[in-house]
Design a protein around this ligand. Structure first.
Ligand SMILES: [Fe+2]
Ligand SMILES: [Fe+2]
Length: 129
């Protein structure tokens, strides 16, 4: 995963700080892999469960308040993430093999970073009204 850089700033402090936390999760996941423990993986999943609800809602509110033209596409990606995070939670709770859960978690993190780079940057400089 790439590191956080200034080009990823949207100018909205709260949104940017959530994005930075997401980048931080990648190293948490590395630690989890090394220690072989499941608790940090569960913590990451809990973070993601909040992220896909609260963080996404903040972005969507910002877009609707500004009549943002890319809303539908952006919203669709959010809905897909909600589905895959729900699947990840279910697999974790159903005791799927740790390697599988970690692999899926990594993939979601990578996809979320890609979403920040390609889609979230589009809401740069939208104002809270
Ligand atoms: Fe975002
Ligand atoms: Fe987004």
């Amino acid at each position: 995963m790439t590191k956080w850089n200034e080009e990823l700033n949207t100018g909205n402090h709260e949104i940017d700080s959530h994005h930075k936390e997401l980048f931080h999760l990648d190293s948490l996941l590395d630690n989890a892999v090394q220690s072989g423990q499941l608790k940090p993986v569960n913590d990451i999943i809990i973070f993601l469960e909040h992220y896909v609800i609260e963080h996404f809602q903040e972005e969507e509110d910002l877009m609707t308040q500004n009549d943002y033209k890319g809303y539908d596409h952006h919203k669709n990606e959010h809905e897909e993430f909600k589905i895959v995070v729900g699947q990840l939670r279910k697999r974790f709770d159903d005791n799927f093999p740790t390697a599988h859960v970690i692999f899926q978690t990594r993939r979601i993190l990578d996809d979320l970073v890609r979403h920040i780079k390609r889609v979230d940057v589009g809401i740069r400089h939208l104002d809270t009204k």
